[in-house]
Design a protein. Structure first.
Ligand code: TYM
Length: 329
């Protein structure tokens, strides 16, 4: 029997944080055993906010190298750049015609992002429809993402069902696959908001490629509270976030981490969290340095991935075009 499909994508819109790593990227490699995995660099999503073209090009290849450094095997999985597979844009057009503007206006990420723009362009509003197309093109069963993407996956299910009802069964209706721990890593400076690479305060996030000393310094400065005891509780969001980070890197339950630090102060907790992060990221950083310089190999990976993705995507798109009534010769 064919393996079920797992699809996920990441935007090359900046350096990735340990939020991206724990919520998504670090879980991708293990899925390769049991699923046909498809991982994409979402450069078409990235241009919904203004990018410097040279930076976008560089970060796109950075991200391909990072996927490989995190254990994605480009022969076994499909690894490619979104803009190199035209079916993503083509399906988006068709799905735009069955997506209501009201529903797009209600997307919380759209509301947050549009507040930060002087002028809101149509691409930002339609961003989720492109995401829906990414997922539906490959008859995806599971989408491994962090909690912040849940609403977009629900929209994907809605649109898949709407199309299937209107025209006849065409798309697999996918499910979200969020990790038990690490699905929502919070800012180190304000644990009420998620950790994000676009935060103006550099101490709020840790980048996957941060040097060990930078990681130690940022964790030392992390906001805690005045309780003075380590509990895994919503009342202590800063400490809870540190325990989430620690237990995700150590691959243990947060309750077990809480017990480990039962008699520890915040200083000791922070030191241990910092060492867990440094140790967890070091193999990724080493591998990344090894492969990032090999431009030819990265290019080969992208071409190979895009060819295979195009083959799969074109099958779905053909079906869609036939069902909506486009002439095909
Ligand atoms: P992006 O690039 O913002 O983030 C990539 C992945 O990282 C997760 N993530 C987090 N997880 C835990 N804690 C955090 N603080 C945190 N910050 C980010 C995100 O949930 C995501 O899984 N729209 C998507 C990219 C995309 C996509 C897709 C994803 C495009 N097409 C199709 C899935 C399927 C995005 O902007 O992710």
């Amino acid at each position: 029997m064919d393996k079920k499909v797992v699809f996920s994508a990441i935007q090359p819109s900046g350096s990735l944080t340990i939020g991206n790593y724990l919520g998504a990227l670090s879980n991708f490699a293990d899925l390769q055993k049991d699923y046909q995995c498809i991982y994409c660099v979402a450069d078409m999503h990235a241009i919904t906010v203004q990018q410097k073209p040279a930076d976008l090009r560089r970060r796109t290849l950075d991200l391909i190298a990072l996927y490989v450094a995190c254990g994605i095997d480009p022969e076994e999985s499909l690894l490619y750049i979104q803009s190199q597979v035209p079916e993503h844009a083509e399906l988006t057009w068709v799905l735009n015609t069955i997506t209501s503007i009201g529903q797009l206006n209600r997307m919380t990420q759209f509301k947050d992002k549009s507040k930060k723009q002087k002028e809101v362009y149509a691409g930002l509003l339609n961003y989720p429809v492109l995401m829906v197309s990414d997922i539906l093109l490959y008859q995806t069963s599971y989408v491994p993402v962090g909690e912040d993407q849940r609403q977009h996956i629900e929209l994907t299910r809605d649109i898949a069902e709407r199309f299937n009802t209107r025209y006849s069964p065409t798309f697999t209706v996918p499910e979200i696959m969020a990790p038990k721990v690490g699905a929502r890593i919070m800012s180190l400076q304000n644990p009420a908001v998620k950790m994000s690479k676009s935060d103006a305060d550099e101490n709020a996030f840790i980048l996957i490629l941060d040097e060990p000393d930078v990681i130690r310094r940022k964790i030392k400065r992390a906001v805690t509270d005045s309780v003075g005891e380590v509990h895994y509780s919503d009342e202590q969001p800063g400490v809870k976030n540190l325990l989430d980070i620690y237990s995700s890197f150590k691959k243990i339950d947060p309750d077990e981490a809480e017990r480990e630090f039962a008699s520890a102060g915040y200083g000791e907790l922070k030191e241990c969290v910092a060492e867990a992060v440094v140790e967890g990221l070091s193999p990724v950083q080493e591998k990344y340095k090894e492969i990032r310089g090999d431009k030819k190999e990265l290019e080969r990976i992208c071409r190979h991935g895009a060819e295979r993705a195009h083959y799969m995507a074109s099958k779905t798109l053909k079906k869609v075009y036939r069902k909506v009534g486009f002439v095909q010769f």
